[in-house]
Design a protein around this ligand. Structure first.
Ligand code: MG
Length: 160
């Protein structure tokens, strides 16, 4: 059995009046992520974790932000494509764990919806998808509500 671990980290700036997409879910808030895509920082970190596990670079390499094809794109489409890359190489997803750092709004009410949506897009059981959220106690750019960050780790398995 070949076991691969990957880590992903992503940050987006927040700006007033933009839609806020996190973990594939649209969340009501006064601010949203500034991005070429829909700015779903959680999905981007998860994609980078999977690509990292296979040493395939990052989503910026796969889906360049200079390419108009990805302007405003639903990040769930990017996630599905990354899952296809993982499957093409014979790996399956054992589990994913991610932590979203954001001061406001409280993300707890949205966590289980995010897990369900992510599991559906990735084609895995929901108990293999962990989403956690933390404030940063008003410290740093997340705490000042200037941006949002996400760390993700993933374990991939291939039976050989
Ligand atoms: Mg990103």
């Amino acid at each position: 059995m070949d076991i691969r671990i990957g880590h992903g980290y992503d940050v987006h700036a927040l700006a007033e009046g933009l839609p806020l997409w996190l973990g594939g879910v649209k969340i009501e808030h006064t601010k949203g992520c500034v991005a070429h895509s829909d700015g779903d920082v959680a999905i981007h970190a998860i994609c980078d974790a999977m690509l990292g596990a296979l040493a395939l670079g990052d989503i910026g390499k796969l889906f360049p932000d200079t390419d108009a094809a990805y302007k405003g794109i639903d990040s769930k489409i990017l996630l599905r494509r990354v899952c296809d890359v993982v499957a093409e190489r014979g790996y399956s997803i054992s589990n994913i764990d991610c932590t979203i750092a954001m001061q406001r709004p409280k993300l707890r009410p949205h966590i289980d919806t995010m897990r369900a949506v992510l599991a559906e897009v990735m084609g895995i059981e929901v108990d293999r998808v962990s989403v956690k959220a933390t404030t940063t106690e008003r410290l740093g750019f997340e705490g000042r509500e200037e941006g949002v960050s996400t760390h993700a780790v993933v374990l991939l398995i291939k039976h050989v």
